[in-house]
Design a protein around this ligand. Structure first.
Ligand code: SF4
Ligand code: SF4
Length: 279
């Protein structure tokens, strides 16, 4: 089963929910797809990492064979190749589509691997954690997210911590999920970003529900919206000093508050039922 945990904006408690749910369920894969700012590992404190490179194919032009015909530059819709007195490739804007390799009549373009990030695997308690890290300055997160998602084991429960927002990296993460948990807070900002994310999920047609975090601040706008749209509120986490203190000390609160472990287990049972019913 694949459960994506998402939110329309950062700072809503999305990673907290993903980590606490993974610890409560046990024997789960936790896949941190927020590759520009992964932080599930800061709550799990893994001791050892198995790390590998994430690379993308990039063209390298053999200037001895190149006749400067510019067919590759004309083909590249991302303007990642410039042919002047000599050929130039701009790696950061190349989308690795492979087209230029095919159109070059001289066979002057070779494919080389370019590292865009890292993939880390580790274990903590009963959780197998995988997280990706996009290198600073790299504009395209998708290859690293795909590398993280390659670690999905369909025989296990996979919890995906999605990047915030509603752009391509979020959609790439949520695609193929059985259920999306939307984490938000009962504030005007929370409501605004939730409504945008709901539009995207409904377009993708994935069953979903809401976890309300920091209940006790803000207003009832999110609840009214969920009621009107028929979106179930799966869990409410209060604005609680002890939870906030544990978070700031890097401690998942189910480790210190065992009654919450049961609530996250119940949350998982509800998710299973709703995903089977397709809502
Ligand atoms: S691989 Fe595709 S995106 Fe990259 S330079 Fe070649 S044509 Fe452009
Ligand atoms: S298509 Fe091949 S020969 Fe023509 S400019 Fe590009 S690399 Fe050079």
């Amino acid at each position: 089963m694949i459960i994506a945990v998402a939110s329309g904006k950062g700072g809503t408690g999305k990673t907290t929910v993903a980590v606490n749910m993974a610890l409560s369920i046990g024997d789960a894969n936790l896949l941190d797809c927020d590759v520009e700012e992964p932080n599930a590992h800061t709550l799990l404190h893994p001791e050892s990492l198995n790390t590998e490179s994430v690379t993308v194919p990039m063209p390298m032009i053999d200037t001895d064979r190149c006749t400067l015909c510019a067919m590759c530059a004309d083909f590249c819709e991302f303007n990642a190749i410039f042919i002047g007195k000599k050929p130039l490739v701009y790696p950061e804007i190349c989308h690795s589509c492979g087209g230029c390799f095919l159109v070059c009549p001289e066979g002057a373009i070779e494919e080389v691997a370019r590292e865009v990030g890292k993939l880390h695997r580790t274990n903590r308690d009963s959780v197998h954690l995988v997280y990706g890290e996009l290198h600073v300055g790299e504009p395209i997160a998708i290859p690293v997210i795909k590398a993280v998602k390659n670690e999905i084991d369909r025989k296990k429960i996979n919890i995906l911590d999605a990047p915030p927002g509603t752009a391509c990296p979020v959609i790439e993460t949520m695609q193929d999920s059985d259920f999306v948990v939307l984490v938000t807070e009962p504030t005007p900002f929370g409501f605004h970003d939730l409504s945008m994310t709901v539009d995207v999920i409904q377009e993708l047609d994935i069953p979903h529900g809401v976890v309300l975090n920091r209940v006790g601040v803000g207003n009832d706008e999110v609840k009214e919206f969920c009621n009107a749209k028929g979106i179930p509120i799966l869990l409410e986490i209060p604005f609680d000093r002890k939870i906030a203190e544990l978070y700031s000390n890097g401690v998942p609160f189910v480790q210190e508050m065992p009654d919450w472990r049961e609530r996250f287990q119940q949350l998982f049972e509800v998710i299973k039922e709703l995903s089977q019913n397709g809502r």
